[in-house]
Write a protein that binds this ligand. Sequence first.
Ligand code: SAM
Length: 212
Amino acid sequence: MRLRNIPGSRQIIAENPWCIQEPEKQKGCWHTIFGNQNPIHIEVGMGKGQFLMTLAGKNPNINYVGIEKYSSVLLRALQKMEENPLDNLKFIRMDAETIADVFAKDEVDRIYLNFSDPWPKDRHAKRRLTSKEFFARYDKILTGDGQVEFKTDNTMLFDFSLEQVELAGWRLNACTRDLHRNEEMNQGNIMTEYEERFSGQGNAICKLIAVR
Ligand code: SAM
């Protein structure tokens, strides 16, 4: 998701109380930031934050961190937070490539990847958030029984991701190529903004849950 650059968005983010500045300095301190020992779930590439805000509202005993690369996109999430502030949700503007510099070992209990950019060119495969290179980063921050949950309507990206789970030495806990028709996996499903858009166009939604 790329929105028109909004002048001043970096400055607004730098002064916003829900955005964590210099996140590398918080490595190992995330429970202190939230002021409790509740589990921490993150979404990498959260877009405008609809999914995380819904989850955070429903689950006050879980802490959430949304990671988004673009200021203009993150700004939309901040505007929504002003209307409906949530104590258990924080944001970081960063490229997730350095995620292992921001969270310590065992600090994160779950990682959500929703409708991640497909990076269709082979030479960009390492940038896909479900590449084995990214799984190696997730391995460094997740608890032993932590999991990665990935949803997409892009079957090429999904096939690639299934291969990468295996190459990374992870295994599948659950998998479907039609989430909305899979009663068990769809239970409690929270739709993301892209999920609403693509399933509204008739696309089936694929989902996998990967564990080590
Ligand atoms: N997850 C949302 C949803 O399902 O509605 C947004 C999906 S959008 C297609 C993907 C988002 O991931 C974009 O906002 C993009 O800027 C962000 N993104 C892509 N690569 C990223 C990275 N390496 N680090 C942080 N954010 C990233």
